[in-house]
Design a binder for this molecule. Structure first.
Ligand SMILES: Nc1ncnc2c1ncn2[C@@H]1O[C@H](COP(=O)(O)OP(=O)(O)OP(=O)(O)O)[C@@H](O)[C@H]1O
Ligand SMILES: [Mg+2]
Length: 352
């Protein structure tokens, strides 16, 4: 009786210790049945220890690959590691370390299995690799064009005065494109590294919108667009990083102009929703197909690569917008009907 109480107490202590670990821990006996598991395992796989005590692990975590691996470790009585990309019962990448404990002639033996969740890290690595591939691709196109025209000029093209000026203009526009692209990438990587400090001051969104519209005026005029601003200056006061919010409006308005139809309309409106201020920018342009909407804020994502290349877009604008708004504690959203226009909205906390 006393032994039993002691044993219970020891188990309780061990469980409390294991529960404090970030890693998932499972202890199995020599038959592969569950003796103990910690809170982290319970929360990852969504079951309780009581449900599967003394049951084979495969009943709790129905993953044949894991089962096969653990059986092999039990047989070989070694320490083994496996990186497992699980699809079911959960979609996660684990580094699993299985350690055999006990000796052949001992009664107590089995496996200690430790789960390290690598999902976030691997995802980050993948998106970084993708980012580098995208950047290189984007840099290569204008560079190839510059190189081509420089070669043409060098190999006699200079004789032809009229054409050589045209070539220089193309070179110049490609250089500008490279400049914009590199600025955007630097901006994004600054935000990514978390090094960026928000320089928050009192900002009036209405004033900011008017300032941005002034910058965009030539482009708006060229496309004969009407602009409607419905922001109440009285409510549009908040604490935020003015330079960054200016970038948000520049990017949203640039899109609203670029993807609008000739003679179309741009509306900028604001409303208060609880503690947030919500701003929407709508246009009467080509809209965005429903299947592209979920990915529209991703870096380098463009609906139609051919179509966006024309106005010189790199597909970074909206990812910068999202980044800035999230740094301010807000969210971004898009609604669109293909062929009719789009509404881009963001929220910002009123209190800053
Ligand atoms: N108002 C809009 N109407 C229709 N399509 C849009 C609109 N805004 C964005 N898009 C689509 O989303 C894509 C991504 O937009 P984003 O602003 O990130 O990039 P971009 O405008 O192509 O390039 P950048 O902003 O870097 O110059 C665009 O290429 C376009 O296909
Ligand atoms: Mg853009």
């Amino acid at each position: 009786m006393l032994d039993e109480i002691k044993e219970k107490k020891r188990r309780g202590q061990l469980k409390a210790l294991l529960d404090s670990m970030v890693e998932g821990v499972i202890v199995l006996d020599a038959q592969g049945k569950i003796i103990l598991l910690n809170a982290s395992i319970e929360s990852i796989f969504g079951f309780k220890e009581e449900e599967f005590l003394e049951h084979p692990l495969i009943e709790a975590i129905r993953n044949p690959e894991l089962d096969k691996f653990l059986k092999e470790v039990l047989e070989s009585r070694r320490i083994r590691e496996l990186e497992l990309e699980m699809v079911s019962p959960v979609e996660k990448i684990f580094k699993i370390r299985a350690v055999f404990y006990g000796k052949q002639d001992e009664e107590i033996r089995g496996l200690l299995v430790i789960f390290n969740d690598m999902t976030a890290l691997r995802k980050l690595e993948r998106s970084k690799a993708e980012f580098v591939a995208n950047v290189s691709h984007e840099l290569r196109t204008p560079l190839a064009s510059i190189k081509g025209f420089v070669e043409t000029l060098r190999d006699g093209g200079l004789e032809d005065k009229k054409n050589s000026i045209r070539f220089l203009e193309i070179i110049e526009s490609n250089v500008t494109r490279l400049e914009l692209l590199i600025n955007d990438i630097l901006e994004l990587s600054k935000m990514d590294s978390g090094k960026i400090a928000l320089n928050k001051k009192g900002v009036n969104l209405k004033v900011l919108v008017e300032k941005t519209l002034e910058i965009m005026k030539p482009l708006i005029k060229k496309k004969n667009l009407a602009v409607e601003v419905k922001l109440d200056a009285k409510y549009a006061e908040m604490r935020a990083d003015q330079g960054m919010l200016e970038q948000v409006f520049l990017n949203l308005l640039d899109n609203a102009v670029k993807f609008n139809k000739y003679g179309g309309l741009i509306k900028i409106s604001g409303e208060i929703i609880e503690s947030m201020y919500k701003v929407s920018v709508s246009d009467t342009g080509m809209g965005i197909p429903a299947e592209d909407l979920p990915r529209i804020f991703e870096r380098f994502y463009r609906v139609d690569k051919g179509r966006a290349r024309e106005p010189g877009g790199t597909g970074l604008g909206l990812s910068i917008v999202k980044h800035i708004i999230e740094l301010h504690g807000g969210t971004v959203e898009v609604k669109s009907k293909n062929g009719e226009g789009s509404i881009f909205s963001f929220t910002l906390p009123k209190a800053g």
